[in-house]
Design a protein around this ligand. Sequence first.
Ligand code: GDP
Ligand code: MG
Length: 197
Amino acid sequence: TILSRVNWSSDSEDSDSSGADCLYRVVLLGDHGVGKSSLANIFAGIQEKDANEHIGEDTHERTLTVDGEETTLIVMDTWETEKQEEDEKWVQDYCMQVGNAYVIVYSITDRSSFESASELRIQLRRIRQAENIPIILVGNKSDLVRCREVAVEEGRACAVVFDCKFIETSASLHHNVNELFEGIVRQIRLRRDSKET
Ligand code: GDP
Ligand code: MG
């Protein structure tokens, strides 16, 4: 499936980064266990009880209507693989290249995942230097108040430093998850519109 994805992505390369019919690839990044797949499943409308049937499905396509306009997002939950280490590096390099937008997820209950998020942001900036790609920093698991290790202010401050958007979500409570994906659509449009004028 990785190979078919590669072919498919190079097909659309000539149509700028956006694609003719408003198709955008959104790549989820972040440590294991922070909630990437949970967020992706909510986006795809997969119920938690059915999630097992969807294991292995790591790209989800959905058309959203935001501010009266339709946009199709392909959410890629491909950052983590169960493959060999060598393959993983390849897949992760690929992820860093193909996104039209990035969601960097950490868990507010896990400080090391917050530190990884910063590293991912730096890595992304290095790899996609000249491009002004939308990035959203996401502090997930906001429902776990008692286990919080990263304050909201820290997340917000980090986003300011890294020049990206910030939102806290709870995949468990479905809190702010739609807002997250709508936010991505708006970020993509802002950049598209400023290019046109
Ligand atoms: P991934 O490794 O980043 O794909 O993380 P998963 O989506 O597999 O989630 C890892 C674990 O955290 C699972 O047991 C989820 O049920 C749990 N989880 C994910 N999001 C939340 C959340 O917002 N709140 C709570 N309490 N648990 C969550
Ligand atoms: Mg996962």
